[in-house]
Design a protein around this ligand. Sequence first.
Ligand SMILES: Cc1ncc(COP(=O)(O)O)c(C=O)c1O
Length: 395
Amino acid sequence: MSGGEMAELAGSFMMNTYGERAAAFVRGKGTRVWDVDGKEYLDMMSGIGVSIIGHCHPRVVEAIKRQAQELIHVSNLYYTQPQAELAKLLVENSFADRVFFCNSGAEANEAAIKLSRKFGSGDDGKPRRYEIITMEKSFHGRTMATLSATGQERIRAGFGPLLSGFGYVPFNDLEAVEEAVGDETIAVMVEPVQGEGGDRISNEEYMRGLRKICDERNLLLIVDEVQCGLGRTGKLFAYEHYGIKPDIMTLAKPLGGGLPLGAALATEEVARVFQPGTHASTFGGNPVACAAGIAVFQVICEEKLVERAGVLGNYLFEKLCRLRDKYEQVVDVRGKGLMVGIELSSPCKKIVKECAGRGVLLNCTAETFIRFLPPLIVTEEEIDTGVGVLEQVLS
Ligand SMILES: Cc1ncc(COP(=O)(O)O)c(C=O)c1O
């Protein structure tokens, strides 16, 4: 099937949620993908932060093949080894004591929201608390609860009435959080780095301050690491940059090596409010996805990709600073580790499309922000190529 035929078929039978797509891909390996016509692209966005160890990593492919030959699905009425093993890996390498598996970032945040509400439900005889404070420019997903948690009007528009019990405050503004906390507040939810909002970093004082407010007011601190977790920012989990521990953390995108897998992690004190029957997912923690997840986790640790994300992130950041110094339309450079990009003075969609035409995949978010989210195995030479093509288009 040609790219044109694929587009026509999709255009005739699928809902138009993604508009016109830049290419039609048939193969991927490492940092590269190939379209139907055999054209090679350098993937500097890893499928929006998913293919964190590159496309079709042999260890992931092997794990998927092996597990698919043994057992693909049994539901959560039964135990499976990959699920239990991945939970152990996540707990042993984070603040958390327990894991709930699901299939996406939105679902992981749904679990975090439900966990918080259950925690504050008053089952323990204390007054009921349910409100969650989230940040402006945040993105937490597209389900009704996560949409309601998302601090961006343009994403919520048209879907009202939204779920009540969410309050939005300006990002990196501790006073605003303090003022917003009321008798019904149960949690504060924050992305350590706001990906969809344009790589806006929670500053150190802010994250430490949030922890302090949560401790003083008996609130839960939820960190949404769906995009910035698992090594992307130069720490295994982004909260580690701040010397604090959250009560709940959500993960998804890179977790399943490209297969749908999400997780909500929590301390024992919080996790214990989920008892049999309180929350569930038919597919969540599917054995094939978890087998892939174990392989991803092992590769990240064994190949020291977290450290690599820090070093190469600095390299990329420097290169982007040079673009800012040279081109007037580049007004800012932001990000952490291999999650960085440039803010333009005008919309960036066309520029990203032009880069794709020249064989480099980038992402345009928040209208004017061009984002790099390469696999952590990216090399300096590939960064040079990616930034070089962006510069050609900018100039
Ligand atoms: C920080 C964050 N949370 C949640 C989500 C939602 O994840 P998903 O698309 O897997 O539902 C995203 C997706 O971009 C995200 O960046």
